[in-house]
Design a binder for this molecule. Structure first.
Ligand SMILES: [Zn+2]
Length: 332
């Protein structure tokens, strides 16, 4: 498509001018993209699978196609696309704009922002999926207004985003690996090469696997274990409590180190709501003595948080950051 390079040359918009940015969240299984106006309303959304089985270059092709699809949708509305925010999993160096590493997708030290600009003509800002989710929850979601936030995404793995004194902490892309804090010394082997990491106890994958092992029968996923625990199934309750204890251990350590005012739990496991939050909150309260107790809350933006955070980074890159409010929610 030819419209891309022309769009890249467009001048930054005045505040509240028409136009939009692209927010694109690339996950291990699927990607979610949206056109977002300056009020962060989603004008169009696109979902498609991530072809990770076909290798990292196929994933880059799919990201390119998705950006071009969204650009074409903007052109149909006569809207300039001022910028694209693209967020990916793994280790992402926002400073160098490189995708350093992803176990899921398989790329190594890829200058992804530059590659996507070359292919689409869009100005692209690369970010990390969980840090972007944390940014969005702090701007528009469960941690609105807090200056010190820990956002924890609990899904197939566990990762966290930190905001300290109002500033996101990245440390070259290596910060926030809460899933690899050891909570059961000498425990199960972790995909990272360590043992007893939080991820081996409290990720959605670990919860489902632990129940299947104890019960001697498979379950479809952690949501099934949550339903059984809510139904007072003793095995499910034990597995669930172990996950909550592991989370409370790791969050108590994080609270001692970072003193977040707000801890936001997101990702698939947090869909269980109070069934997860109540025992984690109780465990955290038991472990803290003099520390300032953080508010432990559930994420509000669901699985669109990463996409919204990507779009927010896109608007900020234009020099016209939207106000910290939002009037529309992307349709799933
Ligand atoms: Zn680990």
């Amino acid at each position: 498509m030819d419209s891309g390079p022309a769009l890249a040359g467009s001048t930054p918009p005045p505040a509240h001018a028409p136009g939009c940015v692209v927010g694109l969240d690339v996950g291990g299984t699927g990607m979610k993209g949206a056109l977002l106006d300056h009020a962060m309303r989603s004008l169009e959304t696109v979902r498609r699978p991530t072809p990770r089985a076909d290798g990292p270059l196929a994933v880059v092709d799919a990201i390119t196609d998705t950006l071009l699809t969204l650009t074409a949708l903007a052109a149909e509305r006569d809207l300039p696309v001022h910028h694209a925010g693209v967020v990916v999993p793994g280790i992402v160096d926002e400073g160098l704009q490189r995708a350093v590493w992803s176990a899921n997708i398989g790329w190594r030290d890829l200058p992804l922002a530059a590659l996507l600009t070359e292919r689409t003509g869009l100005r692209v800002t690369l970010g990390h999926d969980v840090r972007a989710g944390g940014l969005a929850e702090r701007a528009f979601g469960a941690a609105r207004g807090a200056r010190n936030v820990l956002f924890v995404a609990i899904g197939t793995g566990i990762a966290a985003a930190l905001v300290c004194d109002g500033e996101p902490v990245s440390s070259g892309g290596y910060a926030g690996e809460l899933g690899h804090v050891v909570v059961e010394p000498g425990g199960r082997p972790c995909a990272c090469g360590g043992t007893g990491c939080l991820e081996t106890v409290a990720s959605a994958t670990a919860v489902a696997a632990a129940y299947a092992e104890r019960a001697g029968r498979p379950v479809a996923g952690a949501a099934d274990v949550a339903a059984l625990a809510a139904d007072d199934d003793p095995l499910a309750r034990a597995v669930w409590q172990r996950a909550a204890d592991g989370l409370a251990d790791a969050l108590a350590t994080a609270t001692s180190m970072l003193a977040p005012e707000s801890i936001v739990l997101g990702g698939g496991l947090a869909e269980a709501g109070d069934l997860l939050l109540d025992p984690v909150r109780a465990g955290l309260e038991r472990r803290l003595t003099f520390q300032r107790p953080p508010a432990l809350v559930r994420a509000e933006l669901g699985d669109w948080a990463g996409c919204l955070g990507a779009g927010l980074a896109g608007w900020r890159a234009t020099g016209h950051a939207p106000a910290n409010r939002r009037t529309g929610v992307p349709a799933p």
